[in-house]
Design a protein around this ligand. Structure first.
Ligand code: NAD
Ligand code: LMR
Length: 338
């Protein structure tokens, strides 16, 4: 039960008078960075998810107000708010899934790697809390640069002796969401009917859409392939520039994060055939981490799909992606080992 400084649904009745303590059956989910541009709409959408019974909202600021607000929604999940480092352990204890959108976003002119100096320490600190309080939780990392923050999380868990590669996933779902949207625009289709695998990582040329494997199957001209690939690789920058200093993608990211978290929860529940792209500990290439389609199950990542046949354009893209990814992964590992 949370201490009096934490907030649970705002119900001021106590003991036998307040009956709403258990929550519906389902999963316990924590959002770390819940007061941010992504965190707030993510909290809203996770409160609407019927698979969630308990929702913990943690940030270093502002979670009491957000918790009070979201908790008034007449959906099943019990919402509890936690603010500041002293409440991190309570926020994490007992969680099945931890989603991390904590950290600073880009401004125009910055790369995701420019966020490393601040976000690496934030992710390290939060993962140390996870290793201590919910070592078996599935972890979804959104904080950028994902190509480095996922290796950071893995190193923290290895040091703590809790690393389970099946339970650590970098969220690249926004690249897939964008790819589905942009391909659907070009083909004149409903984006919900389109499935584009996006592999590699989550920054610039490491974002590699496999347009030869789009479903429904179709042929693109060379010009279309270059246009769509560039638009997907620069989708984040397109939003950063349009927001003109007010941050990066938050609403489409919250949508993508919930789509991905819901897939993780359906996998944990035992649903069959849950397959999404994610940046994971992988042997698909010679790199230790790589994004590709993965099958999600009761233990997290149950199977990692191979890349399948690539055309010449994609093979060249893969070489570029691997070169950049390798440095980003090493940078993350070195940050924890140093
Ligand atoms: P934001 O600044 O609006 O929110 C970040 C939140 O993190 C803030 O509320 C802040 O208080 C909180 N925070 C900072 N330090 C913390 C700590 N130690 N513990 C807990 N919370 C802490 O930023 P945003 O727009 O929500 O973006 C967050 C991150 O997500 C950025 O790094 C951004 O680049 C990344 N992002 C990733 C993707 C992706 O596809 N993976 C997409 C969009 C944004
Ligand atoms: C995105 O792809 O929108 C995010 O990674 C945020 C960013 O900095 O572009």
């Amino acid at each position: 039960r949370p201490s009096s400084s934490q907030m649970e649904n705002g119900c001021s009745l106590s003991g036998a008078n307040c009956r709403a303590k258990g929550g519906a059956p389902g999963f316990k989910v924590a959002i770390l960075g819940a007061a941010g541009g992504i965190g707030q709409p993510l909290a809203l959408l996770m409160k609407m998810n019927p698979l969630v019974s308990v929702l913990h909202l943690y940030d270093i600021v502002n979670t009491p107000g957000i918790t009070a607000d979201v908790s008034h929604m007449d959906t099943g999940a019990v919402v509890r708010g936690f603010v500041g480092q002293p409440q991190l352990e309570d926020a994490l204890t007992g969680m099945d899934l931890v989603i991390i959108p904590a950290g600073v976003p880009r401004k125009p002119g910055m790369t995701r790697d420019d966020l490393f100096n601040i976000n690496a320490g934030i992710v390290k600190n939060l993962c140390e809390g996870i290793a201590k309080c919910c070592p078996k939780a599935t972890v979804n990392i959104i904080s950028n640069p994902v190509n480095s923050t996922v290796p950071i999380a893995a190193e923290v868990f290895k040091r703590a002796g809790t690393y389970d590669p099946k339970r650590l996933l970098g969220v690249t779902m926004l690249d897939v969401v964008r790819a589905n949207t942009f391909v659907a625009e070009v083909l004149g289709l409903d984006p919900r009917e389109v499935d584009v695998p996006v592999v590699g990582g989550h920054a610039g040329v490491t974002i590699l859409p496999l347009l030869s494997q789009v479903k429904p199957s179709c042929n693109f001209t060379k010009e279309e392939i270059e246009y769509i690939t560039n638009r997907i690789q620069n989708g984040g920058t397109e939003v950063v520039e349009a927001k003109a200093g007010a941050g990066s993608a938050t609403l489409s990211m919250a949508y993508a994060a919930v789509k991905f978290a819901d897939a993780c929860l359906r996998g944990l529940r035992g649903d069959a055939g849950v397959v999404e792209c994610a940046f994971v500990d992988s042997q698909v290439t010679e790199l230790p981490f790589f994004a590709s389609k993965v099958r999600l199950g009761r233990n997290g990542v149950e199977e990692i799909h191979q890349l399948g046949p690539l055309n010449e354009y994609e093979r060249a893209g893969l070489e570029k992606a691997k070169k950049e990814l390798s440095g980003s992964i090493e940078k993350g590992v070195a940050f924890v080992r140093k």
